[in-house]
Design a protein around this ligand. Structure first.
Ligand SMILES: [Cu+2]
Length: 116
């Protein structure tokens, strides 16, 4: 094998691996039946979560500080109580749309759920 062919194969190999890994990630996201948003270090992760209609999303407070999960819409689509460390809040999204939310204790913490 010449050096040029070797390099071409190596580049193609890396490109193929990258595309494969991305496809795998997307497939994993769509297959998740019970998606979870982790609250940690004053942020929601992922900050944008896309789910299908009828999905229940669970938020878990992994921070050592209390947080809440409150819909920014009016009227509010959902509102959690104050979540202490490791406490969870779940909400089932029955209607398509974009659901922005925030933490009422730290209003700079914002994120959204997209339901399609
Ligand atoms: Cu908070």
């Amino acid at each position: 094998m010449s050096v040029a062919v070797f390099i071409a194969v190596a580049i193609l190999g890396i490109g193929g691996w990258g595309a494969g890994a991305k496809g795998f990630g997307a497939a994993m996201q769509q297959k998740t039946d019970a998606p979870e948003v982790k609250i940690d270090n004053f942020s929601f992760g992922p900050s944008t979560l896309t789910v299908s209609v009828g999905t229940t999303v669970t938020w878990t407070n992994r921070d050592d500080i209390p947080h809440t999960v409150v819909s920014s819409d009016d009227p509010k689509a959902f509102k959690s109580k104050v979540l202490d460390t490791d406490e969870k809040f779940s909400f089932k999204f029955d209607k398509a749309g974009t659901y922005p939310y925030f933490c009422s204790i730290h209003p700079k913490m914002t994120a959204k759920v997209i339901v399609q």
